[in-house]
Write a protein that binds this ligand. Structure first.
Ligand SMILES: Nc1ncnc2c1ncn2[C@@H]1O[C@H](COP(=O)(O)OP(=O)(O)O)[C@@H](O)[C@H]1O
Ligand SMILES: [Mg+2]
Length: 371
């Protein structure tokens, strides 16, 4: 008997910026055709956001707090899905599954001393399945890591599926808390280039009390401190050859505090320098790994930072633009990725890219929690 499954999938993620829960609805016509139908970001309650940020900092990793927060976030995601489905006029039975990434609170990729890394996401999928009555797919990174990979970034094969039809060398840049690039091609490559918005966000919060630098106006008012920038860029992460991945447990204010020049540079100039750090580290990576690039498609919240975007464009001899220039909502892509990963899991399709993660081979990613 051939039971027809619905072809709508939901995906959701709270990214390293911990700014909100991104939810996307996609339609899969066949494995080649993905349409992003709807997307929305649901803000996180302040207290939950604060706890998630705390848990992401090594040293603040109390097991009880982690356990309760896992449940609380899973519960929040389940309820958020219910109210969104209601508003969108959809029933759980219209949806094949939801892919939920959850919140990364620790990402430790493999190193020379430890051949297997780990990556911890919370947002209990049992809670999501229980509240929403949806088949829930989660835990997307650890199988790749068990095969010796970084479990990150997961986006390149999906970026390839969305933008692979474009001609000329194309790079997709996602500027979330951390930045990652996908270099499109028959076998896409890609890696985390380093900080995206995370350092700028934390610096803003500390000095001007806002969660981020609206349009990059504060950074635009400062002057880049070249010696601080050079010191930051000398960090060994930027010299590593891919595969490589990183997170907020590495690029954070503690990391920044190690640079003595910080204490004699005015806060606004530090902000300008942090913006330049994101831009320079991205462009260095692009030039090194994608010579001859024709277009850089930018997604994630960083594309709304006008100062960052104009700095990127000014320093590039190729086309730079937000993904909207290619008719795709740049806030929807990451959540849509997890919807696509849920589809791959249910169809038993491998969805990692060993050339990206360094895993020993292709693997089916994700664990299924029945509806
Ligand atoms: N209008 C804006 N101006 C400048 N930066 C913005 C704007 N909107 C969002 N951002 C940045 O984008 C971040 C969120 O991006 P997002 O793609 O959701 O990252 P993540 O995947 O890490 O959650 C915010 O923390 C902020 O730094
Ligand atoms: Mg986000």
């Amino acid at each position: 008997m051939n039971i027809q499954r619905p072809n709508l999938f939901l995906g959701c993620i709270t990214g390293t910026s911990v700014d909100g829960l991104d939810i996307a609805l996609i339609r899969i016509a066949d494995s080649q055709s993905i349409a992003i139908e709807r997307a929305e970001t649901v803000p996180l309650p302040d207290k939950l956001r604060k706890t998630l940020l705390e848990l992401g900092q090594p040293g603040a990793d109390d097991l009880d707090q982690t356990g309760y927060c896992d449940i609380e976030l899973g519960h929040f995601i389940g309820e958020a899905i219910n109210s969104l489905l209601h508003r969108w006029g959809l029933k759980p039975t219209d949806i094949a599954a939801i892919g939920s990434h959850g919140q990364t609170i620790r990402h430790r990729p493999p190193t020379a001393n430890r051949p297997y890394g780990f990556s911890t996401q919370i947002g209990d999928p049992n809670q999501i399945a229980e509240r929403s009555k949806l088949t829930t797919v989660a835990d997307f990174r650890r199988r790749d890591m068990a095969a010796g990979g970084h479990g990150a970034p997961l986006a390149p094969p999906f970026h390839q599926a969305l933008f692979g039809h474009l001609s000329g060398t194309t790079v997709v840049l996602n500027i979330g808390g951390i930045s990652n690039i996908s270099i499109l091609g028959k076998t896409p490559s890609g890696f985390d280039t380093g900080p995206g918005n995370a350092l700028m966000d934390s610096w803003c919060e500390r000095h001007i009390g806002t969660p981020y630098d609206q349009s990059g106006k504060w950074a635009a008012a400062g002057k880049i401190d070249e010696s601080l920038l050079a010191a930051c860029l000398s960090d060994s992460y930027f010299q590593l050859t891919p595969p490589k991945s990183t997170g907020r447990e590495y690029f954070n204010l503690t990391w920044l505090n190690q640079y003595s020049k910080l204490s004699t540079t005015s806060p606004v100039d530090v902000q300008a320098t942090l913006c330049a750090l994101t831009v320079t580290s991205v462009l260095n990576a692009v030039h090194q790994q994608a010579p001859g690039i024709r277009q850089l498609i930018v997604c994630g919240g960083g594309r709304l930072n006008n100062h960052l975007m104009s700095s990127l464009a000014q320093r590039s001899d190729f086309t730079v633009g937000p993904s909207e220039d290619w008719n795709i909502d740049g806030d929807a892509i990451e959540a849509a990725l997890f919807a696509w990963l849920a589809h791959c899991r249910l169809a038993a399709l491998a969805s990692n890219e060993p050339a990206v993660s360094g895993a020993q081979g292709y693997r089916i990613l994700g664990a299924v929690y029945a509806s």
